[in-house]
Design a protein around this ligand. Sequence first.
Ligand code: KIV
Length: 274
Amino acid sequence: MSKQTVSKRVTAPSLRARKGAEKIVALTAYTAPMAQLLDPHCDLLLVGDSLGMVVHGLSTTVGVTVEMMILHGQAVMRGSTQALVAIDLPFGSYERSPEQAFDTASRIMMETGAQAVKVEAAEGVADSIAFLTGRGIPVIGHVGLRPQAVNLDGGFKARGRNDAERERVLAEARATDEAGAIAMVVEGVTPELAAEVTAAVGCPTIGIGASSACDGQILVTEDMLGLFDWTPKFVRRYADLRGAIEVGAAGYAADVRAASFPGEAEEYRLGTRK
Ligand code: KIV
């Protein structure tokens, strides 16, 4: 047998053990070069189905396919070496039954090498989380605002603003935790509800638009790097990628039109190695 390559990645048990300890740093990644840049800074890289909106221009995540998740998952695995990589199960690929969830999750893990999957955890999905966990698949849940339920909910709206919603989110979180999730994303809830959920569950909570009460934070990378002209209220911009790209593209276009690019420095010369 050949010598085993030992992965240096964050593991599912070590991520789960971060409950109440050092905050978990997570970001989305969809491509190899971005994963390479983010990997040294993150505990968790999520290949989120938000890639449908961010990369492919869809208006919701509902049209994202398993094949899209696999293609981007493979790229992120190639670009990273230390973060735990989790991949979203897209809409329609897991909700019917635990068996359907297992077929999709095992295919995604086998074809990408990722260590975990994420599911949007309506209460009915808890059985599937337990089924996957019992068969060696680490699962991250996702409660609160669930983007795949956008059509049922009538938009991307914050959750938990009344008692019934608050109870529903708490029930989803408890069911996700009891089913064995290694962590759960808590999206779009008030600070009070984020604190309640975090106190109610044994696994770490990873907030997005859910205050600092959570055990960690995640953002869509392109949002926090300022790629879009609009960002949601809960996003802090750490860079101006949009401005940088606009300046770069305008400079290139001007140089090409003025025939000042390419210049001598960018030309091949006969008889030199440059
Ligand atoms: O799809 C995604 O990127 C997500 C994160 C925003 C948590 O679910």
